[in-house]
Design a protein around this ligand. Sequence first.
Ligand SMILES: O=C(O)CCC(=O)C(=O)O
Length: 211
Amino acid sequence: MNLELFRNKLPSGLIHLNDFLDLKFQKQVLTEIDKITTICPLRRIKTKNGGNFSTQITNCGKLGWWSDHKGYRYTDCDPTTGLTWPKMPDLFIEIIHRTLKNIPIEKTFIPDACLINYYSKDSKMGLHQDKDEKDLTQPIITISLGDRADFMIGGNKRSQKPALLNLDSGDVLVMSKDARPLFHGIKRIYEETSPIKKLIGRFSLTFRKAG
Ligand SMILES: O=C(O)CCC(=O)C(=O)O
């Protein structure tokens, strides 16, 4: 399917803060990811039907998102090690505060989960809705780091054709209000476009109020 880049206004509730984090800040985020993945390594997990995700994931915060034959869910500890997820770094909380200050939404969002996805050059993420959180009115805030990605944003039904939005390193994307339930995913990663030289591939960090 040929998808086109957004040319006009983004859907209501979808807020794209382009180039929000400078390179120095991005490198600090990467250092925090390195610390998290030392305690809780990135892993390729299975879909509930036994398929393979092409991203690798880990988590930090009180709750972490997980998937295996038992289904999609949030857990308070890493199902493979039984250890609690690493604490959410203060730097991540600072980014959330800065984001909230810059956007016209309620300032009450306090994330208790941060899902970290790692994309290598061939990784993708199929169209999906984020529905495992208890309160689906709470926004989702995503930080992009590393290679450029084509983010797909569709409608309330999977059958609606999505459009594309480029997400670059340092961008922050907010799915709030009417945009919260929209189908979304990652169509493509642009190899070797990362401004952070030691990062090959892309990380996304999605902050959610899960519990
Ligand atoms: O990598 C991204 O920007 C999107 C991640 C995502 O859709 C998710 O974790 O549910």
